[in-house]
Design a protein around this ligand. Structure first.
Ligand code: A2P
Length: 343
C-alpha cells in the first residue's frame, strides 16, 4: 500500500484543467464527471484567447480562466494538456504552490526526476512525484502499447518490439480534427483541400510522418515510443517504431511484433491478456471479430486482437492493439493517475 499523496477531503478536491478548451481538456472534464471524481471545485484554464468563455462540466457552464494570470494557490491537482511550451513555463509554478500536476505534454516525460506513469503498468513510479509534484502522462501510442506488453513481459521477459502505428488525427488536437473534416468535405465536393496542420493532405491519404524528423531518420513520435516504453517498463527492451497518421478521427491502432527471451505462444499470450487490467481481448477469426477504431472510440479499454504466432521467428508474436487515443491515450490515463493521488 502506498502512503497517501493528498489528505482525505470530505468536501472533495480543487481540480484545475489547463487546456480545458482543447480536444484532450474537454475529455478530461467529461471523464472527471463520468468517474465521479470527488470535486469541490473544477477550474477550467486556457489561453487569453478563450478566457471568459465557458465550458461545460457536469451539465453546468464554468468560466474559463486565463493561465497567464491564474494563481494556483489552493489547487490540489492540475491536469495539463496545453502543449509542451506551456507546461515547461507554468507546471513548475503550480507544483511550487503545492499542487500535483499531471502533464499530458512531452515536456517532462524523459526527465530522470519525473515519474512517467501508466497506472496498469508502473504505479510505483509515482513515489518520485512526492518531492517534485509533477507527473508526466506518456505519449498516446506508448500508453496503449505498454498496457498490452506488461502482462506478457511479467510472464516472460520481452527482448524486442517492432511496432507500426495507424494514428488518428485527434492526437494532433482540435485543429487537426477540423482539418480532416474540412479536407474530406472539400474533396467530396470537387474542391481542393487546404493543408495547414499536417505535412501533407490527410483526407484519403496516409502520412508516414508524425512530428519532426530526427538526425537518425526516425521521427520524434517514433523516438518517444521507443524511449518512453523503456522508461515505463523499466526494462532493457529493444524497441523500434514506424508512426503513421491515418484519416481516422478517434482511435489509434498498432501492429505490434514482440520477441520474447523464453517460451511464449499465442494461446498463452491470449490467456495472460484476457486476465489483465484495462484490456479487452476480441479475437475470433472464425467470426471475423477484431478491434477497430470505429468501435474503440469512446471506450476506456485497450482492445487486443489478431493474437498469433509469428511464423518467421521463434518465441515471437503479432498483436493488433487499438484504443481511444484521447481517452486511454491521454485524458483517462491522467484522471486514473489523479485517482491514485487521492487514494
Ligand atoms: P485556447 O483554446 O485558449 O487556445 P488542442 O490540443 O485541441 O489544440 O487544444 C490546446 C489547448 O491548450 C486549448 O485549450 C488551448 O487554449 C490551450 N493552450 C494553448 N496554448 C496555451 C497557452 N499559451 N496558455 C494557455 N493555454 C493554452
Amino acid at each position: 500500500m502506498m502512503e497517501r499523496f493528498l489528505p482525505e477531503k470530505e468536501e472533495g478536491y480543487v481540480v484545475a484543467v489547463v487546456g480545458a478548451t482543447g480536444a484532450v481538456g474537454q475529455v478530461m472534464l467529461e471523464i472527471l464527471a463520468e468517474r465521479k471524481f470527488p470535486i469541490a471545485k473544477v477550474i477550467p484554464v486556457a489561453s487569453s484567447r478563450s478566457a471568459g468563455s465557458t465550458v461545460s462540466f457536469n451539465g453546468k457552464d464554468v468560466v474559463v480562466q486565463d493561465l497567464a494570470t491564474f494563481e494556483p494557490e489552493g489547487v490540489d491537482i492540475a491536469l495539463f494538456s496545453a502543449g509542451g511550451g506551456t507546461s515547461k513555463e507554468h507546471a513548475p509554478r503550480f507544483a511550487e504552490a503545492g499542487c500535483y500536476v499531471v502533464d499530458n505534454s512531452s515536456a517532462w516525460r524523459m526527465d530522470e526526476e519525473i515519474a512517467l506513469v501508466v497506472p496498469e503498468v508502473n504505479p510505483e513510479a509515482l513515489e518520485m512525484a512526492r518531492y517534485n509534484r509533477i507527473i508526466a502522462n506518456p505519449n498516446c501510442s506508448t500508453i496503449q502499447m505498454v498496457v498490452a506488453l506488461k502482462p506478457l513481459h511479467d510472464a516472460v521477459p520481452i527482448e524486442r518490439v517492432n511496432v507500426s502505428t495507424y494514428q488518428a488525427v485527434s492526437g494532433a488536437g482540435g485543429v487537426a480534427i477540423e482539418e480532416l473534416a474540412k479536407q474530406t468535405g472539400a474533396l467530396l465536393n470537387g474542391q481542393s483541400a487546404e493543408v495547414e496542420v499536417f505535412p501533407a493532405r490527410i483526407a484519403f491519404n496516409v502520412i508516414p510522418q508524425i512530428d519532426v524528423f530526427m538526425e537518425d531518420g526516425y521521427t520524434k513520435e517514433e523516438r518517444k515510443m521507443m524511449d518512453e516504453t523503456v522508461k515505463i517498463m523499466g526494462a532493457d527492451i529493444a524497441v523500434t517504431a514506424t508512426a503513421v497518421r491515418v484519416p481516422v478521427f478517434y482511435g489509434h491502432s498498432e501492429a505490434v511484433n514482440i520477441t520474447f527471451g523464453g517460451d511464449m505462444d499465442a494461446d498463452r499470450a491470449r490467456d495472460l491478456l484476457a486476465d489483465a487490467d484495462g484490456i479487452c481481448v476480441v479475437d475470433d477469426p472464425a467470426t471475423e471479430d477484431y478491434a477497430m477504431p470505429s468501435e474503440a472510440a469512446g471506450s476506456d479499454p485497450v482492445w487486443i486482437s489478431r493474437i498469433r504466432n509469428d511464423n518467421s521467428s521463434r518465441n515471437s508474436l503479432h498483436l493488433w492493439v487499438v484504443a481511444d487515443n484521447v481517452r486511454k491515450g491521454a485524458a483517462l490515463n491522467a484522471v486514473q493517475i489523479a485517482e491514485i493521488l487521492i487514494r
